[in-house]
Design a protein around this ligand. Structure first.
Ligand code: ADP
Ligand code: MG
Length: 652
């Protein structure tokens, strides 16, 4: 896909900014959809939120006080004149010329309209709809819209939906649809445009899922393994806990797969903290008893290392050779491990997903396990099957998607679900608090720290100078002042892997008491001593994300706490206080998401749809499933689609 530098008005500096939003090429840019629309409609002066146009009657005056400023002028609205004031917008003065018609948004009281925003145009009686994009510093909504329009006007847009389907559903053409989404004229046209783009998004997704499913059924011949129940039971009884019913059930399903001569291709879905890891480890042990090697892959080095430490402990006195390969592993060590893997001296290898791409060869690889599979997409799933000699594959995922949805979007796999929680776990006490209640939170923090426990603090942003929302840097300054005697660490996605690992390891080793972080800690870390999490601007997260974050505490029998700080939208967050079941929260999320926004927020991994929403568009998904199957049967007639499938799935 064409380079961004071809777009008029986009230079090197802008490209860097766009990259931060994951926009790397023209296609990314034109499908960078607004996350909501601002709808401005004329009101009367007496509405709660006033939106009204008028003519400027007087030159604006500016008063300065305490590093703030107030700009004021008179505005004629039909036959009356009112005062308008707006704070900290002194720079608007040059645009506010007498006689000009502008639109003011704000609150009216006692002949004065206190404005929150001023638009330098007349909205008249029309409804004005402006697309609003997620942005980074230095980009405005207007810039973004201009870049996108410039890209749209100068480029050819590839349409992926086969013509017969376009005809069947009477879709408008893709370029028009995109133009409409970025410049909506009527809600009817906008809805049609969104529908069409959603269809395409889901179509490409289901095409891959269906292709994977077909492939799996063609290439499903594997090798039958024996389950040495006596040894397995002995191992299980050496664990410091009893397995839950669902862990046992899942193991039974896995054993069934292993015994049959079909290849296993199974997803284990289980809420955070439900104990998926041990199921994976027992499966690897069964493989070892059958003289097969296993590979366990995690999305981050921290997590991989944690698994390794865990396994080393569990297999300490047994004839099981476990090794790890990480970025920090020296070349010498790596070479040795590679050699031993090839010679069959290593039974289990742990690493990140690089493990499968590296030039690593196995002697007898029988099982591949990927942890936190929801972080990855369909494409990675496809690559796994090609490694080794028809290995069984097990995926672990904490995304608690209701079963019906799971059956469709994970249609290429069998599914086991772990619902029961390990015994003895206390519910995490969750409280929604207004920002003004921070004192009580600090008090609780002090208590936990004095008991020798650790704390997570989460903020949605790394740095944000343009608003009062909390960000990591601000929080770091504040908490450093409040807790001078404790060690505070920072963790965010802009740090490189080594820096992140260093901080995380310090936290694991208790050298850090309070860890301030973005959502990068979301993925599976297990620090049992952490008993409190405080999430700032919690309203910015979906319930499922909050739940995943919360799952970082409450990892043993200590009472844990999760505080959701917010100064708005508490009703939705209150659900978190009452519900601790991730499946129920996911359902709520599906119901709620997008109700305020026209578009849902972006998710990662498998459900990384830009427009589609699994719940709301489920009927569409089912339709797409059938349509994509129909097209798949005659895929050779569609070289473009065939190319996409080959690129992403059939890579060997
Ligand atoms: P997740 O499913 O989120 O990956 P883990 O596998 O990390 O969860 O398990 C969370 C914690 O619970 C671990 O410390 C693990 O040792 C422990 N655990 C797992 N199964 C049980 C069980 N049946 N009883 C008690 N603790 C368990
Ligand atoms: Mg896990």
């Amino acid at each position: 896909m064409a380079d961004l530098s071809f777009v008029k008005g986009i230079g090197k500096v802008t490209i860097e900014k766009l990259n931060k939003l994951d926009i790397y090429n023209l296609e990314d840019l034109i499908t960078y959809f607004p996350y909501r629309y601002e709808i401005l409609k004329k009101t009367s002066l007496y509405d709660d939120k006033v939106v009204i146009s008028g003519i400027i009657e007087s030159n604006p005056t500016i008063n300065y006080f305490n590093r703030k400023n107030r700009l004021g002028f008179r505005l004629r609205i039909e036959d009356r004149v009112i005062n308008v004031v707006i704070f900290n917008r002194a720079f608007l003065k040059q645009h506010l010329l007498v006689g000009k018609t502008i639109t003011v948004i704000g609150k009216y009281d006692k002949n004065t309209l206190t404005a929150s925003d001023i638009k330098l145009e007349d909205i008249g009686d029309k409804t004005k709809v402006t697309p609003i994009y997620h942005l980074v510093k230095g980009l405005t909504n207007k810039n973004m819209n201009n870049y996108i329009n410039s890209a749209l006007s100068s480029s050819y847009v590839i349409d992926y939906i086969p013509e017969e389907l376009v005809d069947r559903y009477d879709f408008i053409d893709k370029k028009n649809a995109l133009i409409n989404i970025h410049n909506p004229k009527s809600s009817e046209l906008l809805n049609k445009s969104i529908y069409r783009c959603k269809y395409e998004e889901l179509f490409l997704f289901m095409l891959k899922i269906n292709e994977l499913k077909n492939k799996n059924s063609l290439m499903n011949k594997g090798y039958s393994k024996e389950i040495d129940l006596e040894k397995v039971k002995e191992f299980i009884s050496s664990l410091p806990f009893n397995l839950t019913i669902d862990q046992e059930k899942t193991l039974d399903e896995i054993f069934c797969d292993l015994k049959s001569d079909k290849r296993m291709n199974r997803l284990v879905q289980g809420d955070v903290g439900s104990g998926k890891t041990i199921v994976a480890i027992i499966s690897m042990y069964v493989m070892k008893l059958n003289n097969y090697q296993s590979a366990l892959m995690a999305p981050t080095e921290i997590l991989a290392h944690q698994h390794y430490e865990n396994m080393k402990k569990l297999f300490k006195d047994m004839d099981v050779n476990v090794k790890e390969i990480l970025g920090s592993t020296s070349k010498k060590e790596k070479d040795e491990i590679k050699k031993d893997l090839l010679d069959g001296k290593i039974d289990m290898i742990v690493g990140t997903h690089a493990l499968i791409q590296d030039d690593i060869m196995f002697n007898n690889l029988g099982l591949i396990i990927t942890d936190e599979q929801h972080r990855f997409g369909v494409n990675q799933r496809a690559n796994l099957r090609n490694k080794g000699n028809m290995p069984d594959v097990l995926y672990l995922s904490a995304t608690p998607i209701p079963r019906t949805y799971a059956l469709t979007i994970y249609g290429d796999m069998d599914i086991s679900i772990i619902k029961t929680r390990p015994e003895g776990r206390k519910e995490i006490i969750t409280k929604v608090k207004n920002n003004s209640e921070i004192k009580s939170v600090l008090f609780k923090m002090k208590e936990e720290l004095e008991s020798g426990h650790q704390i997570y603090i989460v903020s949605p942003l790394i740095e944000n100078e343009e608003s009062d929302d909390e960000d990591i840097k601000k929080l770091y300054r504040k908490f450093s002042l409040a807790f001078k005697n404790y060690n505070i660490g920072i963790l965010h996605g802009k740090m490189n892997q080594k820096e992140k690992d260093q901080v995380m390891n310090k936290y694991i080793e208790k050298e850090i008491d309070i860890l301030i972080s973005t959502t990068v800690i979301e993925v599976g870390v297990d620090v049992k001593n952490a008993t409190m999490m405080i999430i700032f601007d919690a309203y910015k997260f979906g319930l499922s994300t909050l739940h995943q974050l919360r799952g970082r505490v409450g990892r043993n029998d200590l009472q844990s706490y999760c505080i959701l700080m917010t100064d708005r939208e508490t009703e939705r967050l209150n659900i978190m206080e009452k519900v601790s079941d991730g499946f129920v929260l996911a359902e709520e999320d599906f119901k709620l998401r997008g109700s305020g926004d026209l578009f849902g927020t972006r998710q990662s991994g498998d459900m990384n749809f830009k427009l589609a929403n699994l719940r709301k568009d489920y009927d569409l998904l089912l339709k797409v499933k059938d349509d994509s199957n129909e097209i798949l049967k005659k895929i050779s007639e569609y070289p473009l689609l065939k190319g996409i499938i080959c690129d992403s799935i059939n890579k060997d």
